[in-house]
Design a protein around this ligand. Structure first.
Ligand SMILES: Cc1ncc(COP(=O)(O)O)c(C=O)c1O
Length: 343
């Protein structure tokens, strides 16, 4: 981009600059209507010569911009560096043998490489053997994956699945799935505010901002107890405009690691129901909080069992160690199979 930016130059000339030597016959230049000028411009690393031709008025100052492949994206600003990836860079640069990278939450081997789970190796072998895995997918993703991910989330025998009240679309991991959810909100629930926990995973704000979805925060972390500010959380959710969207971490809240108890989840669901809010769960660590996939989905399942409509974004980066593959999904649990079919 930098070299493109330098491919524009402003040329300003005056009659005085061109009008030499006049030999008393300044009419030479002033009577000429067109003047050829050779300009040497530095374009990126390369010097290029340009021939310019333009009209000269006898006494006026001429100012013109020479546009040479001027980028249409001059107004693009550099995004701020990702603070977590910045830690990775600092980690690489540090020569201490005792260093530990706590920036990115990822399993590592002793050699500090991503740990590939046996189950992943086995699945990859099967996929290679079946030869199916490079085929185009439908817009909503791989049907077998969408079915499996919804079952892992809600339990295979959940009535919602049997009733066809869940719509699942494969997304680019947790981030892409959240982005799809936010785009959906922007399109179908424009202006509805999303409440996010304070603090939360930094990209929640970026994703909502990029999607043009308004947001505000609800209290979550209490520094005095180093625990959940449950009363603050409930109060803020109660005070939100009816029909707001409440973004909740299904388990292993990032960054605090503090989750509500089952009873507290019940109270949160009560308030959300009273206020006709729409819960939007972010499930990026199913299995990490308790070691059980089922227990870690109990918050979502409790809300679903009440008959609430909700969104759930899922990520398999962490729990399957699929950091590079970007595997995830966005689910909408809705009131009827008819609505689900339209997603
Ligand atoms: C709370 C939360 N949501 C979503 C994500 C995004 O997951 P992914 O890396 O799969 O995009 C993360 C990743 O750190 C996260 O912590």
């Amino acid at each position: 981009m930098a070299s493109m930016a330098s491919r524009a130059a402003a040329v300003t000339i005056t009659n005085a600059a061109l009008d030499k030597p006049s030999h008393g016959s300044s009419g030479n230049l002033s009577q000429r209507s067109f003047v050829g000028l050779r300009a040497g411009l530095v374009l990126g690393q390369k010097k290029e010569n340009l021939s310019l031709s333009f009209k000269v008025e006898p006494t006026s100052r001429i100012s013109m911009a020479v546009a040479v492949d001027v980028s249409k994206f001059e107004s693009v600003t550099m995004a701020p560096p990702d603070p977590i990836l910045g830690v990775s860079e600092a980690f690489k640069a540090d020569s201490s043998p005792l260093k530990l990278n706590l920036g990115v939450g990822a399993y590592r081997t002793e050699e500090l490489q991503p740990y590939v789970l046996d189950v992943v190796k086995k699945a990859e072998k099967l996929m290679l053997e079946s030869g199916e895995f490079k085929e185009y997918l439908p817009i909503e993703g791989l049907a077998a994956f969408n079915k499996a991910t919804a079952e892992l989330l809600l339990g295979a025998d959940n009535p919602v699945i049997k009733q066809g009240r869940i719509a699942t679309v494969q997304g680019l991991s947790g981030t892409g799935s959240l982005r799809l959810g936010a785009a959906f909100i922007q399109r179908y629930l424009p202006g509805v505010k999303v409440l996010i926990s304070s603090p939360t995973w930094g990209n929640h704000k970026n994703i909502l901002n990029d999607s043009g979805v308004p947001w505000s925060e609800y209290r979550y972390f209490d520094p005095t107890t180093v625990g959940l500010d449950f009363s603050g959380m409930i109060e803020d959710i109660k005070n939100a405009t009816d029909g707001s969207i409440i973004l909740l971490h299904g388990c292993a809240h990032n960054p605090t690691g503090i989750d509500p108890t089952a009873e507290q989840w019940g109270t949160i669901a009560d308030v959300i129901e009273e206020k006709s809010h729409l819960p939007f769960f972010d499930v990026a660590y199913q299995g990490f909080a308790s070691g059980s996939l089922d227990n870690d989905a109990s918050s979502v399942r409790q809300f679903v069992a009440r008959g609430l409509e909700l969104f759930v974004a899922q990520s398999y980066s962490k729990n399957l160690g699929l950091y590079a593959e970007r595997i995830g999904a966005i689910n909408a649990v809705v009131s009827s199979s008819d609505v689900a079919n339209r997603f």
